[in-house]
Design a protein around this ligand. Structure first.
Ligand SMILES: [Cu+2]
Length: 265
């Protein structure tokens, strides 16, 4: 079932509703032609992808609880917005081209390719690169003053957290449960006993690799005491999916009491 467009000499195949009817197939009435049916399906798939997982929860990078995660989430939404606008413009351009049903002149085609295919993407990507570079300082906490230091050691299949004093002595130690002081910038020294893992608390910031024989550093701050979870973000073996940990954010006095062995988080 279908028809051949007289002007373009293209053969169109007809498919049934539901879809938007851009052109009419005379043989079967109000149905859409196959080349155009893809647009609403992409819309539906995009809506499902956006709505099903939601954007909140103890392990959501889009539910930030600190400055680093805030910078990442803002960048993500900015890129999503720009991508959505570009996608919408491309769909509109395709629909307009199909409705017109005739080719552009050589000069207009060249101009379109240079502007839409060269200048616009270059400007947009350069702007996003500049913004990403500008926010990278916030993401890693590079210039922040440090209030507390935690040594993080990953191993199959555990996270060991050691809270250090100014001389590097261990004040408190916990496994698969990380206690943090509310509103304090914490510097994490991240290493591994065996294979490469990755330390990641999505609500607080980006991930950083835990590499045997090396200590990587990242600074994160928790500004909310809400539920939080961390997860190994590097496939490290068969039990990788179970290599998560709880994050407990305590008021400073509570945290100090816990650190001194007077409380239990
Ligand atoms: Cu791991």
């Amino acid at each position: 079932m279908g028809f051949t467009d007289a002007r373009s000499d293209l053969r169109f195949t007809c498919v049934p509703w539901p879809s938007i009817c851009i052109r009419r197939c005379e043989e079967v009435g109000s149905i859409v032609c196959a080349p155009l049916a893809i647009a609403p399906r992409i819309c539906l798939a995009s809506a499902i992808v956006l709505l099903v997982p939601a954007c909140a929860g103890p392990q959501s990078a889009l539910d930030p609880a600190g400055p680093s995660a805030e910078a990442i989430a803002t960048t993500w939404w900015l890129m999503f917005g720009v991508g959505a606008v570009v996608w919408g413009l491309v769909v509109v351009a395709v629909l307009l081209a199909l409705r017109r049903g005739r080719a552009l002149s050589q000069a207009a085609g060249t101009r379109l390719i240079v502007v839409a295919g060269g200048i616009v993407p270059t400007v947009l990507l350069a702007a996003l690169l500049a913004y990403g570079t500008y926010t990278s300082g916030r993401v890693t906490g590079r210039d922040a003053d440090v209030d507390h230091v935690v040594r993080v050691t990953a191993r199959q299949w555990q996270w060991v957290f050691e809270h250090l004093d100014d001389d590097g002595r261990v004040l408190a130690r916990s496994i698969d449960r990380l206690s943090l002081p509310l509103g304090a910038m914490v510097e994490f020294h991240v290493g591994s006993d065996d294979v490469i893992h990755a330390f990641w608390i999505p609500r607080l910031g980006g991930k950083i690799d835990a590499i045997p024989g090396r200590w990587n550093t990242i600074r994160l701050r928790a500004d909310q005491a809400g539920p939080m979870r961390g997860q190994c973000a590097e496939f490290c073996g068969l039990e990788h999916a179970l290599m998560g940990f709880d994050v407990v954010v305590l008021e400073r006095a509570q945290f100090d009491a816990w650190l001194a062995g007077e409380g239990t988080p």
